[in-house]
Design a protein around this ligand. Structure first.
Ligand SMILES: [Zn+2]
Length: 469
């Protein structure tokens, strides 16, 4: 019997037709996702968590294979890190690399407060750490909430000392103080971007004086004494440290119906984890090489060695080509990249009834209506967009439909409202097909972001379908 194609198109809520078996898989996936999100609160932690999962699944370090002069063949699994932050993982396909890869690329950095290089000071008998915020934040959201400190000190001899304070039960946390309303009359008249100044995002870290009565700044000294005891570091060691204050606490379920996930850094670790899981669970040897790219520095423009503007992808694909038997050439690398197809895996804004005015509802992502595909991003007349071709969008549409992936097409806000960008254009310059595809979020870039579980699960199903097709 011929099935009748509907003349009209509408997007149903994902929970309307969710079979019980699928609902069970959704819950189990989301439980794993919560575990990853809580363990990977910085790009370094995301890298390390991902490497542990990859190694457990038999992926081998590409740099070690290069050093050993190994050969790669179809089905081989490799990964390559960059600076302990960015990461590429791939499963080689039956076809040669020159015929292109299937890539899902996400980012693992999130907005936060970075500790400055000369951060520690004492004032008013309190010790504070000075910060410089990273990425697009609303500064007022970061005061008067518990913060955790994550990162590393690196000693001149190369020793790395990891720091993670504020996540375990019984750990102390930190905070930035805010003005009491009673004295806040002047502050409350300021605009939201001015009421809390970036320079005043200083974190309270101590209030007890050192026993050394002769010393100056004894509260600051006490903090240094504790840091030396615990980490063996001195004040000078802050010069070569990367310390990040992030919201303290684990992600968790939200809502009476537990249909939501609230957690820090879901932009973009919700897509990063989905991409990683899709690759880890890929059965057998794919037709084309399947690749996952987890990059850093997206929130500040993708520059730097670990950002998507770097040559990390080209260099890594070049290394793979060289190990695949045939002679490496610049032309074969160019062919491999331009013949590739990519999902730029980044989050989108979900329609929020409290701020309905910024969205055009027909083209806004609705929570729990599936993974969101954006043909283009950009600002004010698509400026800066990498507008995906209708042919590629149609191909993804076919793949998603064949694999039962619930998805929705959406753009970020009303036409003249603002906008944003992703790493899509940085990959499109190789000539490959790229389209943005990721999870819709509420409160994006806030200390606690909200996702719908159905969308979280469909993001993973979508990436799996793309890599398997
Ligand atoms: Zn993002």
């Amino acid at each position: 019997m011929k099935t009748k194609t509907a003349l009209t198109y509408d997007r149903p809520n994902g929970y309307e037709k969710l079979p019980p078996a699928e609902a069970k898989k959704l819950e189990s996936y989301c439980a794993d996702y919560l575990g990853f999100l809580g363990a990977a609160k910085t790009e370094r932690e995301a890298h390390d968590q991902a490497v542990a999962l990859l190694r457990g699944a038999g992926f081998r370090d590409l740099d070690e294979l290069v050093a050993a002069g190994a050969k790669l063949s179809p089905g081989d699994k490799v990964y390559r890190g960059c600076g302990g932050k960015a990461l590429l993982a791939a499963i080689l396909g039956r076809r040669p690399l020159e015929q292109g890869l299937r890539i899902v690329g996400a980012h693992t950095d999130s907005p936060r407060l970075d500790v400055k290089q000369n951060p520690l000071y004492e004032s008013g008998e309190l010790a504070l750490l000075d910060t410089h915020y990273y990425g697009g934040i609303k500064k007022y959201q970061w005061v008067a909430v518990p913060l955790a400190l994550h990162g590393v000190f690196v000693k001149p001899d190369g020793r790395k000392i990891a720091v993670r304070v504020g996540e375990e039960p019984g750990d102390p946390v930190f905070c930035i103080t805010d003005l009491l309303p009673h004295l806040g009359r002047e502050q409350m008249r300021k605009t939201m971007s001015e009421a809390i100044e970036g320079e005043n995002l200083d974190v309270l870290v101590g209030s007890v004086p050192s026993r050394d009565k002769k010393a100056k700044e004894r509260i600051k000294l006490r903090v240094l004494e504790l840091l030396r005891q615990r980490y063996g570091i001195t004040e000078e060691d802050f010069l070569s440290a990367e310390l990040e204050f992030v919201p303290a606490g684990a992600p968790r379920e939200a809502g009476f119906d537990r249909s939501l996930v609230i957690g820090y850094g879901q932009d973009d670790r919700v897509c990063a984890y989905a991409a990683l899981r899709a690759l880890l669970e890929l059965p057998g040897t794919p037709e084309r090489a399947s690749c996952v790219l987890l990059c850093d520095k997206e929130e500040i423009g993708s520059h730097g060695a670990t950002g998507m503007e770097s040559n990390f992808l080209e260099n890594s694909v070049g290394e793979m080509l060289a190990l695949c038997g045939g002679a490496y050439s610049e032309l074969s690398l160019k062919r491999a990249l331009s013949a590739s197809g990519m999902l730029s895996a980044d989050v989108n804004a979900a329609f929020d009834p409290l701020f309905a005015g910024v969205s055009e509802k027909k083209n806004a992502a609705l929570l729990n209506h599936g993974v969101c595909m954006s043909k283009y991003t950009g600002v004010g007349g698509k400026s800066g967009a990498s507008d995906a071709g209708a042919e590629f969008v149609a191909e993804i549409r076919r793949i998603f439909s064949e694999h039962g992936v619930a998805w929705q097409a959406a753009e970020l806000g009303k036409v003249d409202q603002g906008g944003g960008g992703t790493i899509a254009l940085l990959l499109a310059r190789y000539g490959m097909n790229v389209v943005d595809c990721g999870t819709p979020l509420l409160s994006m870039h806030a200390p606690w972001e909200v996702a719908g579980k159905f969308d979280v699960y469909m993001t993973y199903k979508g990436y799996s379908a793309f890599l398997r097709d």
